[in-house]
Design a protein around this ligand. Structure first.
Ligand code: BTN
Length: 283
């Protein structure tokens, strides 16, 4: 293993992030915390207090990092990126639910592009918004929202990327499933530069989603999505499990899966539209 992997990663600094930032709004207000239970939780609180669009919370460590489907998110101090962006600009009500379902998907595309900007290598995606290198998970996206009659809908986009955690330092239950940029490249990555790239790519994709809608962004998502065309095992939100082939995406970003045989009471030849669930890539 190259010697550089045994050096300590540089701390995140607001100066270094700002020095590399090319966004209009994202990250112009930046809360850099030493520690917080969850940057998503902190961002939701700030949003309720009126924080502006594009406000970012980033932390050196999370003590109760949140993952999808009620899971946790491994968040050791000083190694990785844990950040949340407040989105206040939303489309008109007739496009709101479509927009809400695409924000996590295009955010995963943005995260993959930011990794490419900084390392030269483009990760793939597992539906809906896992960021992968080969079969292992490099990062994930968790969107949470709150609505009120006075301030409307506010969405918080939370992104975790495993950056400088060495493979042997992952906990036993993650070691074979997770990866990090230092594991993949043998080089420590400057998290401030990566955060600036991430915020730039997020702002670009979110602007495009608001301006033109998901149809223009779907081709890029599909090109990066390693799930399409694969044999998959799906666990639905209600706990039902079935296997099939991931066929295509619905206009709302749902995954259309053709069951292997008549399962879940579905006739052979039809597809199941998965809106929320856990996907395992088989073969
Ligand atoms: C997943 O399960 O794949 C989603 C993980 C999302 C983790 C990030 S880390 C920053 C933000 N704050 C959280 O508590 N979760 C998200």
């Amino acid at each position: 293993m190259p010697a550089s992997t045994h050096l300590s990663p540089a701390p995140l600094t607001a100066e270094a992030v700002r020095g590399a930032l090319w966004t209009k709004a994202y990250g112009r207000t930046l809360h850099l915390l030493e520690e917080t239970p969850s940057t998503n939780g902190a961002a939701l609180t700030l949003a309720q207090e009126g924080a502006e669009d594009g406000t970012v919370v980033v932390a050196e460590r999370q003590t109760a990092g949140r993952g999808r489907l009620g899971r946790g998110w491994y968040s050791p101090r000083g190694e990785n990126l844990y950040c949340s962006v407040i989105l206040r600009r939303t489309p008109a009500s007739e496009r709101l639910s479509e927009w809400l379902s695409w924000v996590p998907l295009v955010s995963a595309v943005a995260a993959a592009r930011a990794v490419q900007d900084v390392t030269g290598s483009l990760p793939s995606l597992k539906w809906p918004n896992d960021i992968l290198v080969g079969p292992r998970k490099l990062g994930g996206v968790l969107c949470e929202s709150s609505s009120s009659r006075t301030s409307g809908t506010v969405v918080v986009v939370g992104i975790g990327l495993n950056v400088n955690t060495r493979q042997e330092a992952f906990p036993d239950d993650l070691r074979d499933l997770a990866t990090s940029l230092v594991s993949e490249t043998g080089r420590l990555v400057d998290r401030s530069v990566l955060l600036a790239a991430l915020l730039g790519r997020l702002e670009e994709r979110h602007e495009a989603l608001l301006a033109v809608g998901p149809a223009q962004l779907m081709p890029e998502y599909k090109a990066l999505c390693a799930t399409l065309g694969r044999a998959v095992r799906i666990t639905l939100a209600g706990g039902e499990i079935f296997q099939g082939r991931a066929d295509s995406l619905g206009t709302d970003g749902s995954l259309r899966v053709v069951p292997e045989s008549a399962q879940l009471g579905k006739p052979a030849g039809g597809f199941v539209e998965v809106r929320a669930g856990d996907v395992v890539h088989l073969r």
